[in-house]
Design a protein around this ligand. Sequence first.
Ligand SMILES: [Zn+2]
Length: 286
Amino acid sequence: MPELPEVQALVDFVGQRAVGRVVTDVELGSIAVLKTFDPPPDALLGRPVDAVHRHGKFIDLDVDGTHLVFHLARAGWLRWSEALSTKRIRPGRSPVALRVRLDDGSGFDLTEAGTRKGLAAYLVAEPTQVPGVASLGPDPLAAGFSREEFGQILDGRRTQIKGVLRDQKILAGVGNAYSDEILHAAKLSPFALAASLSAEQVDELYSAMQLTLAEAIDAASGKPAADLKDAKRSGMRVHGRTGEPCPVCAEPVREVRFADSTLQYCARCQTKGKPLADRGMSRLLK
Ligand SMILES: [Zn+2]
């Protein structure tokens, strides 16, 4: 799933190409992807793209005051084309869920692979009419997001820091992959309780978060949409690298498996050498 850095790169990429262009067609390959019915997609036709913004992991195309907001979810992606196919999509028969065509023949497809349909698009007058946008916590890279504000967020929260970092209602934009990376950089256990961190650990975590996200944005920015997935994967130090050497201490990276996700960490760097309980594994051994 694309997270803050990839979504920011997509926003910049699409913004550079689409702003100033006029929308000439919006096609739906899947009715289910559009979660709103008023205004209809035709309301965008003949109107210019004024701006492209990011809200957490949501992308927001401001088309003359009407907003097409979408979230790529786990298996969704944005495919940009300088010359979109002129064939119309056949609803239900195409991996393309939504297509936006611009007046120079360019545009983009939102695609979704697999059966887990999480891709969601909304047409609204204000981005905050999208429930997932309205409930977003602060953006960790927003200019005003300070160490103090971060500390207040963690204060009194007796939940695991990994879960806090990836909860969109608490912090916008960080998901499973970057939370692994941030915790590795901060040398913190993913299972540490947020409220139990010392002031020094919060300092460390705050800087690790800013640095990890800023570096990932640098690495992603300017890359074409098609290259972002590989760029994300290759920039990861521990996430998705179970068994590979930790780039800091060379110990093999470990993982903890959950029902629908895994997390990776380095025991030597993050948990004083103690492996974390892997419930999936202990169930298998029983
Ligand atoms: Zn290590």
